[in-house]
Design a binder for this molecule. Structure first.
Ligand code: GLC
Length: 638
């Protein structure tokens, strides 16, 4: 029999959808995206063997796609840059901690709209394993919602309500691993060879030991090693994260077919964006650290092309917390440019902002960012200051050396500084996963606590608190002014501090990332505009940044930010050259006043300039006085 071709796939799709009113649309999309689908599959598998099953998924998902989402597909095809736009702003929250349950979200949509949010990432909400579940990242069933949060119908309902309010919904897709209790793992444990092949299982230590030579440990403190012995399967199971998170074998095409179907299932419940959790780890290769392997990008391209055909309103966001040399590939480089994820977390920017604030020096930030390869103009960075995870001090040795610093020394400094252990530190955080073998230690803490608000409150000094509030605003101004989709982590807009109540819950107590995942305090969210409270001050400052973004087309993600320091390393400049008018951003990274001479911020000519965050006009003539933690977004007046 002749091999199954792209044209055969088209015929099969046409016959499966023969009576569907949108057949022509789907076939047009197939014609556009099938070559990318094929290339992605062919890099890893025998594409002609896998394509028939994928076409079946495309048809099945499309047939179940509700009419309003089909309309959303049409609208998004006409506005493919919705997530790149200057007015796009994201918010990230756990459903229970933000609103109790899914229906509770509905009553807080006004709050999000008032803030200017256009994108909501609801943290893992699919059914996790019972007990410890890594904040929901150990999924037992991808097709049901955690029962205390609601049902799949509630999810679809909330998605519809969000869409009506102009807010897009992001859901997590954990595709590196499933919970040990997931049906596939349960079947593997009963000895079913079909499902055993969904995982990486080894009869003895030979292969695990060979792999371990090059593998880092993600959770050295509570889950050392990358393999776990399991009596039921009578073998060593690959478990990169916790021992109850079983890594999937993506070399098996059945795994890809399952996930194509799950993606369609979630898209049909109203997801606009799928966050590809821990995607860097999905392909294993002996003799490497088994991260960022080329197959990861080929498989993402295949899944993304499939999504484009069956549910084109959907975009992908890569969660690849990897080095600058590797991360750009998740937005597409070389043959994959424009064909993989639309969004990727800018971990490096986040780390560099904290580093610059601790050092009161922007040189390392500017150096590190200047080494990034360009990203496709159709993609965007997801920029953020904090998220639900710890901060890993991913400072590159070569970048540090370029500014005369020692990489190891600077990483140690940052870890100690943000744990509040360094003399004179403003931060209140804690070490996460200290690894005595490597000296590596990461940091937990909320944005406000790490920026000094917690210690300022404890000190009782009003001036120290002012400084800390300005520091937090300055940090967020960099996140919101970088271009890309800024993500606000729930509670940061109210300056919420570390919360140690997780210690009372045995399923959480061992993981101090819960200290920066507080429950929303809705009393703080009640507005008292002129109260001077931390919550009001912070909310007002964040809202001002969002409003300023909305009037600055130069923040559209399709152009890159150039970062440099002036003669004074504490004064950082972001420049965004854009056809609609360029933007120059000036940041004072220190708590002392800085004086700049004309020409120091070279793109700015003497004369009046508009500062968009305050809405005021500043006249540049003679020396410019830059107050502590000043954050200015400047354009020439029209
Ligand atoms: C991602 C999540 C993190 C989780 C890990 C394993 O990095 O952000 O919270 O522990 O994946 O799923």
């Amino acid at each position: 029999m002749a091999a199954f071709s792209i044209a055969d796939g088209r015929r099969r799709l046409a016959s499966l959808l023969a009576t569907d009113p949108d057949l022509t649309d789907v076939l047009t999309r197939y014609d556009r995206w099938a070559p990318d689908l094929w290339d992605g599959l062919a890099t890893v598998y025998d594409a002609s063997e896998v394509l028939p099953a994928i076409v079946d998924v495309l048809a099945a998902v499309h047939l179940k796609r509700p009419a309003p989402l089909r309309q959303r597909d049409r609208e998004r095809i006409l506005r493919p840059d919705w997530f790149q736009a200057a007015d796009a702003v994201g918010y990230v929250a756990y459903t229970d901690l933000f609103a109790g349950d899914l229906q509770g979200i509905r009553s807080h949509i006004d709050y999000l709209s008032d803030l200017g949010i256009t994108y909501l990432h609801l943290m893992p909400l699919l059914t996790p394993r019972p007990g410890a579940n890594d904040g929901g990242y150990a999924v037992m069933d991808y097709r049901s919602v955690r029962s205390d949060l609601g049902s799949m119908d509630d999810l679809a309902d909330v998605a519809g309500a969000l869409h009506s309010a102009g807010i897009s919904l992001t859901l997590d897709l954990v595709l590196n691993h499933v919970a040990r209790e997931h049906e596939w793992a349960a079947k593997a444990r009963t000895g079913d060879p079909h499902y055993r092949d969904y995982f990486h299982i080894y009869p003895d230590r030979t292969m695990p030991d060979a792999f371990e030579k090059d593998l880092p440990e993600v959770f050295p403190a509570f889950a050392p090693g990358n393999f776990t012995w399991d009596d039921d399967v009578d073998g060593w199971v690959w478990t990169t994260f916790n021992e109850w998170q079983w890594d999937l074998n993506w070399a098996n095409p059945d795994v890809l077919i399952e996930f194509a179907d799950i993606i369609g299932f979630l898209a049909n419940r109203g997801a606009d964006c799928i966050r590809l959790d821990a995607i860097a780890f999905t392909w294993k290769r002996l003799g490497t650290n088994s991260q960022n392997q080329p197959e990861v990008h080929a498989l993402t391209q295949a899944l993304r092309a499939a999504a484009r055909i069956m549910c084109p309103a959907l975009i992908f966001k890569a969660e690849a917390i990897v080095g600058p040399q590797d991360v750009v590939a998740y937005l597409g480089q070389g043959a994959h440019a424009g064909k993989v994820s639309e969004l990727a977390y800018h971990n490096s920017l986040m780390v560099q902002i904290w580093s610059a604030l601790a050092a009161r020096d922007g040189r390392l930030l500017a150096t590190a960012l200047s080494r990034f390869n360009p990203i496709p103009v159709t993609s965007a960075w997801a920029t953020y200051l904090r998220c639900h995870d710890d901060i890993g001090w991913a400072i590159d040795d070569a970048d540090a050396a370029a500014v005369g610093w020692d990489g190891f020394g600077h990483r140690s400094f940052l870890a100690d500084f943000y744990a509040g252990e360094f003399d004179g530190s403003f931060a209140s955080g804690m070490h996460f996963q200290s690894n005595p073998a490597t000296g590596d230690r990461r940091t937990s803490g909320t944005a406000a606590s790490l920026a000094g608000i917690e210690s300022a409150v404890a000190s009782g000094h009003a001036a120290t608190l002012e400084t800390a509030l300005d520091r937090l605003t300055c940090a967020y101004a960099m996140v919101f002014g970088f271009g890309g989709l800024p993500l606000l982590y729930m509670g940061d807009e109210l300056g919420m501090l570390n919360d140690h109540s997780y210690l009372d819950d045995p399923a959480k107590a061992g993981d101090n990332r819960w200290m920066h995942r507080p429950a929303m305090d809705w009393t703080l969210a009640e507005r008292h505009a002129s109260s001077g409270r931390i919550a009001d001050r912070t909310f007002t400052a964040i809202k001002r940044l969002i409003r300023a973004r909305q009037e600055l087309p130069a923040l559209h993600a399709s152009v890159a930010t150039e970062a440099f320091v002036t003669d004074d390393p504490a004064v950082l400049v972001f420049q965004r050259r854009h056809a609609a008018g360029s933007l120059v951003e000036v940041y004072n990274l220190s708590e002392t006043t800085r004086v700049l001479w004309p020409g120091a911020i070279s793109p700015i000519e003497p004369g009046p300039v508009r500062e968009h965050i305050s809405g005021e006009t500043i006249t540049i003539a003679g020396p410019v006085i830059l107050p502590p933690y000043a954050a200015w977004w400047l354009t020439a007046p029209e």
